[in-house]
Design a protein around this ligand. Sequence first.
Ligand SMILES: C[S@@+](CC[C@H](N)C(=O)[O-])C[C@H]1O[C@@H](n2cnc3c(N)ncnc32)[C@H](O)[C@@H]1O
Length: 129
Amino acid sequence: MEDVEGVRFIRADITRPGIEAKVAAFLNEIGRPRFGAIISDAMSRTTGHHELDHSSSYMIGESVMHLCQPFLATNGNVLVKQFQGDMTPGFKRKWEGDFAFSKIVKPRASRGTSSEVYILFKGYRRLVV
Ligand SMILES: C[S@@+](CC[C@H](N)C(=O)[O-])C[C@H]1O[C@@H](n2cnc3c(N)ncnc32)[C@H](O)[C@@H]1O
């Protein structure tokens, strides 16, 4: 990947356990305990099969949300992509208790014909400070 000023790339699969050590090492290097926001546009290659694309986006979203526990600061925010389907309301319900506010959003930049949405969670309530 080309360098982008002020951006640090970590090339890793966020569904695999090794990601936590890599992110922790990066935070340690920059002297920060956690992130103020976690934004995920991650999605596996789409198949055009709605149920499959919905399920794989759900699974990636689950990995993103699990990363919040060690790495998201108190009052931090998360934006996570999902191909909308029947598990989307349950996904939001599952995680919204950890946050002060949550909402399913469809940015203007996202094609109207796509089932892609983003789930916004704001104000992370850390259980362990
Ligand atoms: C829609 S693209 C994101 C495009 C990006 N926002 C951009 O502007 O370049 C989805 C990306 O998620 C990545 N991805 C899919 N599954 C992943 C995973 N398990 N871990 C990390 N990245 C993943 C894919 O490699 C792909 O680059």
